[in-house]
Design a protein around this ligand. Structure first.
Ligand code: DQA
Length: 147
């Protein structure tokens, strides 16, 4: 099983960026957590972070035929990007959405998720642990689908 974990804009600034919302751990700590979780579960993982919408679309397209599923935190593109939604629909890989903060309790403009419309599940408000939940959920989903 091979998955792709995508992080959108400003998530490379974790630890520095609004720590009261996103915590004190940095992006390297998130990478380590995801890699450890996947290694423990016997999952191959590639991590990708970009501040550019088109680069995220390219990466999703590249996953077609190569990866079994996607975990994605589209960050601010969550609330704007029909292009990322369309890319997820185009490759039709099972995708799980993650948000570190609880976006449901935040500003009105954060109440829509375009990429989320192509995802099988969303985890939010669990901090970095949300990525572990998303990985385990995706693994369960893929294992059951394969039966
Ligand atoms: C975020 C929530 C988004 O609204 C925000 O733009 C982000 C991070 C989160 O992980 O909580 O950049 O996706």
């Amino acid at each position: 099983m091979n998955i792709l974990v995508i992080n959108g804009p400003n998530l490379n600034m974790l630890g520095i960026r609004e720590p009261e919302l996103y915590g004190k751990s940095d992006y390297a700590a998130l990478v380590a957590l995801v890699e450890e979780t996947c290694a423990r579960e016997g999952i191959g993982v590639e991590l990708f972070q970009s501040n550019h919408e088109g680069a995220i679309v390219d990466k999703i397209q590249e996953a077609y035929g190569k990866k079994d599923g996607i975990v994605i935190n589209p960050a601010a593109y969550t609330h704007t990007s029909v292009a990322i939604l369309d890319a997820l629909k185009a490759v039709a890989l099972p995708a799980v959405e993650v948000h570190i903060s609880d976006v449901s309790c935040r500003e009105d403009f954060r109440q829509v998720s375009y990429p989320g419309m192509a995802c099988i599940r969303t985890f939010m408000g669990l901090g970095l642990e949300g990525y572990c939940h998303a990985i385990l959920y995706l693994k369960e989903y893929l294992e059951h689908r394969e039966k």
